[in-house]
Design a protein around this ligand. Structure first.
Ligand SMILES: [Zn+2]
Length: 93
């Protein structure tokens, strides 16, 4: 089930349109896999705007270690949040 919060985050991240890591146009909204396991879905704000190749590399890639893939995803999420704040799409209540 998709909650209103999840939908808002999805739409905000999707609106960034370019990859938070490489800047290429055309992105997917990528979820962090970190809190998953035991059927847990990661929080909707643990998402990043990623191009398809980097999304694949972070989720399934064989070129990076698990720690490297996690670090890259964390960086992508931080950059995505920074971009959302600078764009005025993420404000404190
Ligand atoms: Zn990219």
């Amino acid at each position: 089930m998709t909650t209103a919060t999840e939908r808002k985050w999805f739409e905000a991240v999707a609106s960034l349109e370019t990859c938070s890591l490489c800047g290429v146009y055309g992105i997917q909204v990528a979820h962090s896999n970190q809190d998953r396991g035991m059927g847990q879905k990661s929080a909707p704000w643990m998402t990043a705007a990623l191009c398809t190749p980097e999304h694949y590399e972070i989720d399934n890639g064989k070129n990076l270690s698990r720690d490297e893939r996690r670090a890259l995803m964390d960086r992508a999420i931080v950059i995505t949040h920074d971009r959302l704040i600078r764009a005025g799409k993420l404000r404190l209540a």
